[in-house]
Design a binder for this molecule. Sequence first.
Ligand SMILES: [Zn+2]
Length: 84
Amino acid sequence: MDARINDPFFVLFTPDSEWTQAERDEVARRVAANDAIERTESIERAKQAERPACPRCSGRGVMDEYAHVMNGKCFLCGGSGFAD
Ligand SMILES: [Zn+2]
């Protein structure tokens, strides 16, 4: 049953009445899983936005002028770009 719902044309153009219950359940499960991922990512972004940027590399995690040493990785923040 996965084969049909992996086909975008089926998902977009097949009327609801032709979907099996298993297909509806699977789509609902995937939508919920995707929502959970997006929630986690936006929480992560919000957390990061509140963190102070590293003063040495200005939050970039690397310094171009030191590209010849460890690919320019900032030693103050360890490449994370954050001061904490
Ligand atoms: Zn840094």
